[in-house]
Write a protein that binds this ligand. Sequence first.
Ligand SMILES: NC(=O)c1ccc[n+]([C@@H]2O[C@H](COP(=O)([O-])OP(=O)(O)OC[C@H]3O[C@@H](n4cnc5c(N)ncnc54)[C@H](O)[C@@H]3O)[C@@H](O)[C@H]2O)c1
Length: 327
Amino acid sequence: MRVLITGGGGFLGHQLAQELLRLGQFRGRALSELILLDRAFGRELAGSGLRRVCGDVARPGWVREAAQGPVDVIFHLASMVSGECEEDFDAALRVNLDGGREVFAAARASGPDTVLVFASSIACYGGLDMSLPMDDFTKHLPQTTYGMTKAMGEMLVNDHSRKGHFDGRSVRLPTVVIRPGRPNAAASSWASGMFREPLNGEDCRLPISVDQPHPMTDDLTVVQSLLACAQLPAEALGVDRALVLPAHRVTPREAMQAVKAVGARLGIRLGRWDLQPDARIAAIVARWPQQVDGARAMALGMPQPMALEAIVERFVRTFGVLAPPSC
Ligand SMILES: NC(=O)c1ccc[n+]([C@@H]2O[C@H](COP(=O)([O-])OP(=O)(O)OC[C@H]3O[C@@H](n4cnc5c(N)ncnc54)[C@H](O)[C@@H]3O)[C@@H](O)[C@H]2O)c1
């Protein structure tokens, strides 16, 4: 079993790789090679059959060269994030769209049985009444360049699959919390920051209203969902190969309550939430869904996210916090 992950140095790609190495097998076959592609790799990772290759996913022919022959499963996670795409339309098309086409061409060259899972986003939705739950049957009307590239990626995955080029699937991810490290250029960066910074004893700048709902899930659930999606029989998906994952509808007010509860339980001295509205971020977030309905994904075996306090507690136990315990 040869598995390739684009964006394998990123937040989710790294954890997906860790989990595959831990399992040592996938779809009932021993993992012989795990190939991670990314622009750069920040974190250490070791394991039998692991090969990491640095490069640009949009460079013509590079993904295919790096694969060095047919692969059984491709997870396509490499992407520019939402804030970057909004700032640089041309780069967004190059990396997310042309890069996607390069990955899909590599999957096609690999053969019709190659399973490809594309990490899409709920930013595909937009332009409707965003307070309504969005599901697999909601029209795509993305209102950001990032969401547009993800919607186009889903269409390409569907059509390549219809043509029998490869066996593609798209998983439409809600915002994934809690991302460790520093804030990134995603317009949803505040979603992780409002948990992470106070847990680290730092003050957190909140650019949106405390009552703005947003769909959120956790990294562990997403990794399990990507793996589950790759294992679904093609017949279970039919012609509609994109699944929106289930998510909690979370407001910053609810996030604060969860952080305070876990902080009190674990004796963490928390930083504060500093409300500083940012019109640019608030405008992007207002064009994203407030809630999603992942019933189809769940019926196909994708897990539900952990409870919010459990997500916070796992983050503290997995990634640690910088703040000294209160006493
Ligand atoms: N994390 C979330 O909240 C979230 C939500 C919705 C969708 N997604 C999607 O899930 C996927 C993984 O997300 P993540 O949180 O791990 O993001 P991430 O930014 O941590 O990882 C993406 C990786 O892609 C790499 N990359 C970017 N441009 C590249 C290029 N030209 N060539 C090669 N590599 C390149 C980056 O270096 C990075 O390591 C992405 O496709 C993202 O759009 C994530």
